[in-house]
Design a protein around this ligand. Structure first.
Ligand code: RP5
Length: 185
């Protein structure tokens, strides 16, 4: 496995699909891609859907209302602008929803972030950073890992690998000095 920003290898999916990655538009897919990749790396299949709170509200409702029956345990929902998708899904199911604010063109995702973050008391959405697809995938794996030691171990290994990479970079910068380090970067 490579670093958080690098390419991830894929493990063969063995478990039934327990995670959904839902987005308001296919223009959100690049933002959600790291979530799908990291889940695949952990051997977790994701149901990937394009469901818009505004353009396809009835399909979104059907998905959310049937999510539990369909075996889903975590839903990652990404949207941009007036980003009501994560909150609306959260209002229709008790399955934990992780919201991903997509960086919008006009307001750089601040609109998406506030739309997803500022939920009324009683209906939580766990919101990651603007463009935080990777952390959404990791958080979903961590939630599933609470009940599955194999997934939990994989998440721990992922962190160990990141740790090792930073330690090795620290050693290198100490050995080379900052300017030479930069020139080799
Ligand atoms: C939202 O509107 C989507 O989540 C997307 O981020 C944004 C723009 O959608 P498109 O116009 O690119 O389809 O519903």
């Amino acid at each position: 496995m490579n670093s958080a920003s690098g390419q991830l290898s894929s493990a063969k999916a063995e478990l039934p699909t327990q995670v959904a990655v839902v987005m308001g538009s296919d223009s959100d897919l690049e933002t959600l891609k790291p979530a799908i990749e990291v889940l695949t790396h952990f051997g977790l299949n994701a149901e990937v859907r394009i469901l818009s709170a505004h353009r396809t509200p009835l399909e979104m409702m059907k998905f959310a209302q049937e999510a539990e029956k369909n075996g889903l345990k975590v839903i990652i929902a990404g949207a941009g602008g007036a980003a009501h998708l994560p909150g609306m899904i959260a209002s229709l199911t008790t399955i934990p929803v992780i919201g991903v604010p997509v960086k919008s063109q006009s307001l750089s995702g601040v609109d998406s972030m506030y739309s997803i973050l500022q939920m009324p008391g009683g209906i939580p959405v766990a919101t990651v950073a603007i463009g935080g697809g990777l952390n959404a995938g990791l958080l979903a794996a961590q939630i599933l890992g609470t009940f599955n030691s194999k997934i939990n171990k994989q998440v721990a290994q992922y962190r160990q690998s990141m740790h090792n990479q930073v330690v090795s970079k620290d050693k290198k910068i100490q050995a080379l000095g900052a300017i030479e380090y930069l020139s080799q970067k």
